[in-house]
Design a protein around this ligand. Structure first.
Ligand code: SF4
Ligand code: SF4
Length: 416
């Protein structure tokens, strides 16, 4: 696809990136079969190829309308189209640029702007999340059933092992996870502890930036990335071995820091180092297990059968397939086959809030496939997917790290 950028975009680095990406598309359409929104809506402009066309038109100066914005809004940023593309089109980076541009060219009605700003500012702030959820849990008993189902369950307290090892791996505090699912990081900390590594959660880190990134908030995203880098930097210089995120959505975002800050002269090199040090917990644990197999307690009879939902951020964002399933099998679980494993569950950051009808249809389709093999439970690797699936799943949905950690024998030396 040839592209002639409109005059006002000449010399802008994002527009130049977009132009390069658009020109790598050869219109073959092989990506459309992998796209959940094209599958559901059967409309070319709700496919990757159609959205690339819309972004190209916009950057060439054609008027952008509310309809253009709707087609871009309906993209899940799941990136299932990327591995399906033989030309290596970096669609995920392009849609981020397209989203920033459409906000400028086709401003939203005030109510939509207010809601998106509220989501950007509140969900990425751990303190506000804690306050809002504290209130929701207090009033939950008197809420109507429809609203009650949307309030996530209150998690139980999760203790980390004390940091007793010289070998260190870093993580980030996150935004919603410390309040809604503190058990994921605690499970990872206990697993790493058995391999002689302490997981360190750094004060001063916070949201990875993914939420604001998907909502077109470029400045807030850049500030979140710089703040996390500054907080990690001294410990990286002291010999920390890797950076991990127990939710794959955060992991995929951290892997992208190098790209997203490539034009920031003060942070480009640091961001590249962060991306290079990012490891998915499953990759890390598989490697550690190779040299030091763990002894685990057997799975309770009747609880062996699981279905694993690989989040889009893990399989398409991080391009990791297989290590979680391998670890669960080593722990004694049996994995039921799941059809359409590449398809998004509909969670997709704030997509489930902003596009509830499409998100609900994708969830029911996904749950149908996940439960077809009659599993006792569903496992996944991302807080958003787990909370979204939990709302209507007939079986419990867990983080795979918690299922693995539950098999660890007691170790008196790890107490916090
Ligand atoms: S990111 Fe997902 S929803 Fe968006 S165009 Fe690609 S496959 Fe479709
Ligand atoms: S598969 Fe790749 S090259 Fe073909 S239309 Fe889709 S994005 Fe373009």
């Amino acid at each position: 696809m040839r592209i002639e950028l409109e005059d006002s975009l000449q010399g802008q680095v994002d527009a130049a990136d977009a132009s390069r990406i658009i020109q790598s598309c050869v219109h073959c359409g092989l990506c459309t079969a992998a796209c959940p929104t094209y599958e559901l809506l059967d409309h070319e402009l709700d496919s990757p190829r159609g959205r690339i066309y819309l972004i190209r038109e916009m950057l060439q100066g054609a008027p952008a309308s509310a309809t253009t914005r709707e087609h871009l809004d309906r993209c899940l940023s799941c990136r299932a189209c990327e591995p399906a593309c033989p030309s290596g089109v970096e669609y995920g980076h392009l849609i981020d640029i397209g989203r920033q541009e459409i906000e400028r060219r086709a401003p939203r009605p005030a109510a939509q702007r207010w809601l998106r700003s509220l989501l950007r500012r509140s969900l990425s702030n751990e303190r506000l999340v804690r306050m809002a959820l504290g209130l929701a849990w207090r009033v939950r008993p008197v809420l109507p059933a429809r609203l009650k189902a949307r309030v996530p369950p209150r998690p139980s307290h999760s203790a980390w092992p004390r940091a007793r090892h010289a070998r260190r791996v870093l993580t980030l505090r996150g935004c919603v996870q410390p309040t809604l699912a503190p058990g994921y990081d605690a499970a990872l900390a206990r697993l790493l502890d058995r391999f002689g590594i302490s997981l360190v959660g750094i004060e001063g880190t916070g949201c990875c930036g993914a939420l604001s990134q998907h909502l077109g908030g470029a400045d807030q995203t850049a500030n979140a990335m710089r703040r996390n880098i500054d907080a990690w930097w001294p410990l990286l210089d002291q010999g920390a071995e890797a950076i991990v995120a127990s939710s794959s959505g955060c992991g995929a975002m951290l892997k992208d820091y190098g790209h997203l800050l490539q034009h920031d002269p003060a942070y480009a090199a640091k961001a590249r180092r962060i991306s290079a040090m990012l490891r998915d917990p499953a990759q890390l644990l598989v490697d550690l297990w190779e040299s030091q197999p763990l002894t685990l307690q057997p799975v309770s009879p009747g609880e062996e059968r699981l279905a694993y939902h690989a989040p889009c951020t893990q399989q398409h964002g991080l391009r990791i397939q297989g290590p979680v399933e391998a670890l669960l099998k080593r722990a004694g679980y049996q994995l039921a086959p799941v059809a359409e494993p590449h398809m998004c569950c509909g969670s997709a950051g704030t997509f489930s809030i902003l596009q509830p009808e499409l998100a609900g249809r994708l969830r029911e389709r996904k749950l149908g496939h996940l439960t077809a093999g009659l599993p006792m439970r569903i496992a996944s690797a991302n807080i958003g997917c787990i909370l979204h699936l939990q709302q209507t799943s007939p079986v419990a949905v867990h983080h795979w790290l918690e299922l693995l950690e539950a098999r660890l024998p007691v170790d008196s030396g790890e107490a916090a």
